[in-house]
Design a protein around this ligand. Structure first.
Ligand code: GLU
Length: 354
């Protein structure tokens, strides 16, 4: 008798102290904008080297991660189905318009963009400059196709959705989530052709890390972005042509002259060392400046900055020095800058601010 009273009391106490379930608390609403890439890639077997990028739909990507529904309400939208080597201005403009439109809705808490890893850093930086929202925008992808052994896509998507759902991710600019790391769009670069751990942020380091949907943030983005960016592509139908030319020993001047002839409004040199190039190339670049083309010196090296007026007198030649921006990101900033000005001094200022 005594024992049953004790048990009854214990049950009553247990019932009282068990916290009430979080009733009525709505899960965050995350929109996944899919663009293609290896994350949506399909191969003939679990171990084939060859595969087709972008063959799997956004609905199939979402269905492959059933636990997503425990952390967010998901809506999927297919923006494109391409390997990111085919990413181009028109898809960027479409993606930016969709991201801005869905982020403007009160019912949406964040956006995840699935993307090939080849040019993910470029799309991330483009969006960092033209998305007008403080809500989280997180790009993710994978190095292995969705059909591969140990595919890395599902966990990357899960982590990206968790990050996009986290209010602590808001206001940090566009982020990239890959292999448990969180990078800032401006700093990330792809370092390895096929390793799962391909991304690095060599100058500034990670923004944070994540593990099975639990993230920690170390820092925010250092430069102006999103709501503080003065660049906008609303109603823009095309972007100015900017060519990147790779420097090496014996670099000839021909390709610089050809770019000018073909209508480039800007040229970025992926220079040797601290943005250097051969004397004939320097002379050709100086001719390009005189023809009204804005010319940026960047570096083909994966880390370090290109300093203004180091071995090259940028003041005298009218060039812009890229700082830490690599050639492909310099190209993006220059495209957006050219929509506002052709003044090299003003473009240099943008390179220092963004
Ligand atoms: N070419 C593919 C792409 O960028 C491979 C890279 C990847 O997604 O991992 O779409």
């Amino acid at each position: 008798m005594r024992t049953s009273i004790v048990i009854l009391l214990a049950i009553l106490i247990a019932v009282q102290t068990t916290p009430a379930p979080a009733q009525g608390k709505k899960l965050p609403h995350i929109v996944i904008l899919a663009t293609g890439g290896t994350i949506a890639g399909s191969a003939d077997s679990k171990t084939s080297v060859g595969y087709t990028s972008g063959a799997v739909t956004v609905d199939a990507l979402i269905a492959a991660v059933p636990t997503l529904k425990d952390i967010a309400r998901i809506t999927g939208e297919q923006v494109s189905s391409i390997g990111s080597q085919d990413m181009c201005d028109s898809v960027w403009l479409k993606l930016a318009a969709r991201a801005n439109a869905v982020l403007a809705a009160d019912t949406v808490d964040g956006v995840v963009i699935t993307h090939g890893t080849d040019t993910m850093e470029e799309t991330a930086y483009f969006l960092q400059l033209v998305v007008k929202s403080k809500k989280p925008v997180v790009l993710t992808g994978s190095m292995r196709p969705s059909t591969a052994l140990s595919a890395d896509g599902p966990l990357n998507i899960y982590n990206a959705v968790a990050i996009a759902s986290d209010p602590a991710a808001a206001g940090r600019g566009v982020l990239v989530a890959a292999n448990d790391d969180i990078h800032s769009a401006r700093d990330i670069t792809k370092m390895n052709t096929t390793d799962v751990q391909t991304f690095d942020s060599p100058e500034y380091g990670l923004v944070g890390t994540t593990l099975y949907g639990k993230q920690t943030f170390f820092r925010t983005a250092y430069r102006k972005h999103t709501v503080n960016s003065e660049f906008s592509v609303t109603d823009v139908k095309s972007l100015p042509r900017v060519d990147v030319l790779y420097a090496n020993s014996d670099m000839s001047a021909d390709l610089i002259d050809a770019a000018v002839k073909l209508g480039a409004k800007g040229i970025v040199i992926a220079g040797v060392g601290d943005g250097n190039m051969t004397t004939p190339a320097l002379d050709a670049l100086s001719r390009a400046v005189k023809a009204g083309v804005v010319c940026v010196r960047s570096s083909r090296l994966p880390s370090g900055r290109t300093w203004r007026n180091s071995e090259v007198n940028d003041d005298k030649m009218g060039f812009v020095a890229a700082g830490e921006l690599n050639p492909s990101k310099s190209r993006i900033l220059l495209k957006l800058a050219l929509m506002k000005t052709k003044d090299a001094a003003q473009v240099q200022k943008y390179f220092e601010e963004y």
